[in-house]
Design a protein around this ligand. Structure first.
Ligand SMILES: CSC[C@H]1O[C@H](OP(=O)(O)O)[C@H](O)[C@@H]1O
Length: 351
């Protein structure tokens, strides 16, 4: 199945697909400037927790490759500046911060060699490893999660968790792809996922390319379809998972989880262990608030079209938090975590 790498490091450039134009057209961009990579993450040209981690790592690679001096201290200063800029793009997906820490740690370890060239090579190598590990974990999660899908299932998914949100193949969509590739005749129900329509624009586009049957619904239709027995299982992604099993994901996830619990529909989260954050507690979890105009307007590139009165006040949290009691299981590349999650997730992290 053809999957896209939404962001890649090609020579000394970062190349990415501006997903805001999908499904109308594929607009590819490139830059040698880490600040431009940061802007692309902030503007959600590159989006999806794993993909923004990979993009941030490649941003650090640009900072290293385009630092002209040969003094190691100067190069480390440049990398710390880049890390700060990239870390200030979006606050919720832990993959971004985990990737930046990993690349910075590798750079500092490489200074023992004393040469700026060794530091540059180490940074590029670590960024590529992060990309490759994400692709490999997507495929492993796909195989593990596909066992939970039966032939004939109708699977609901929310937002976009495919190869436009990861280094390739996808998390929840990776599970759906794997089940399809195993010959299971499934059908997907994709929610539109207002206000930026990642489901209507990206998930539908990906599944159509894969030839996987998909029906698009408005976010408001989930409860009705579950009440009519039209949904067999829910599979969706995550941006940050706590050891308690609480997880942040695209706004609208929590209400789907409540409806799934009420209607006895199994509710599965699919995410690599790099999305689990063992360091913070629930009250430290930051939910990104985005531009109110995203709710007042159509999504890019029709953002000049308002769907309401221009000065209406707005709430625009980009994510919500779902409690563990609403989660059937969490599928990772290391295995499936079942409640109690503070035990099962810890065990998976300890490998
Ligand atoms: C595998 S993507 C995980 C996660 O990231 C998305 O957020 P966004 O589109 O704002 O970057 C969404 O919450 C997905 O479930």
């Amino acid at each position: 199945m053809e999957v896209l790498k939404p962001v890649d490091l090609v020579g000394d450039k970062v190349v990415w697909l501006d997903t805001r134009y999908i499904p109308w057209k594929e607009v590819w961009k490139e830059t040698t400037d880490y600040k431009e990579v940061a802007r692309a993450i902030k503007d959600m040209e590159v989006r999806g927790a794993p993909a923004i981690g990979v993009a941030a790592a490649f941003g650090m690679a640009l900072a290293a490759l385009h630092y002209e001096g040969e003094d190691v201290e100067g190069l480390l200063r440049r990398l710390r500046e880049a890390k700060e800029v990239l870390a200030n793009t979006r606050p919720t997906a832990v993959n971004l911060f985990w990737a930046l820490e990993r690349v910075m740690k590798r750079a500092e370890e490489a200074t023992r060699s004393g040469s700026a060239e060794a530091v540059r090579e180490a940074v590029v190598e670590e960024a590529r490893k992060i990309q490759q590990e994400d692709i490999e974990s997507n495929v492993k999660m796909g195989k593990i999660g596909a066992k939970l899908i039966e032939d004939g299932d109708v699977v609901l998914t929310h937002c976009n968790t495919g190869s436009l949100a990861t280094a390739g193949y996808g998390t929840a969509l990776g599970v759906i792809r794997a089940a399809w590739e195993e010959g299971k005749r499934i059908e997907v129900i994709a929610t539109e996922t207002r206000p930026l329509d990642q489901g209507a624009r990206l998930t539908v586009w990906e599944l159509k390319r894969d030839g996987i049957p998909v029906k698009l619904i408005a976010d408001t239709m989930v409860g009705y379809l579950m009440s009519k027995g039209k949904v067999d299982k829910v599979f969706l992604g995550a941006d940050r998972i706590l050891l308690s099993g609480h997880f942040a994901n695209k706004i609208g996830t929590y209400q789907i989880a409540v409806l799934a619990k009420h209607h006895g529909v199994p509710f599965y989260v699919v995410a690599p262990t790099s999305t689990v954050d063992p360091k913070i507690t629930l009250d430290e979890l930051v939910i990104e608030e985005r531009d109110p105009d995203e709710v007042r307007r159509c999504p890019y590139p029709f953002e000049k079209v308002y769907v309401t009165v221009r000065d209406v006040e707005v709430y625009n949290p980009a994510f919500d938090v779902t409690p563990p009691e609403l989660v059937t299981a969490i599928i990772t590349e290391r295995g499936i975590a079942y409640p109690p999650f503070y035990v099962s997730l810890k065990k998976l992290l300890e490998g």
